[in-house]
Design a protein around this ligand. Structure first.
Ligand SMILES: [Zn+2]
Length: 89
């Protein structure tokens, strides 16, 4: 699924394209807004990265968290994707 604005993150892309280290809350700059997109129904929802960071810790890899994302619409888990956009500054 392509998104007009934003980087559609697939697991391999994290370090290759966007960052030179595994993406964690520590390595992803604060001005990147995280959204999660359901691979089954296409629902896209904003994610409160501060809340996730508190829950999982700042060094938890986003790929690990991705596997735990649950779609609020259809309940799909495990294959949902991150989409990262730069917040307007
Ligand atoms: Zn869904």
């Amino acid at each position: 699924m392509k998104h007009r604005r934003g980087i559609n993150l697939r697991p391999d892309d994290y370090s290759r394209i966007v960052f030179d280290r595994p993406a964690t809350f520590e390595t992803v700059p604060e001005w990147y807004v995280l959204r999660a997109v359901c691979s089954r129904c296409g629902r896209s929802g904003g994610v409160d990265r501060r809340a996730l960071e508190r829950r999982f810790g700042s060094t938890k890899q986003l790929e690990e968290i991705r596997l735990k994302l649950r779609c609020r619409n259809c309940g799909n888990v495990g294959t949902n994707e991150w989409v990262m956009t730069k917040a307007a500054r």
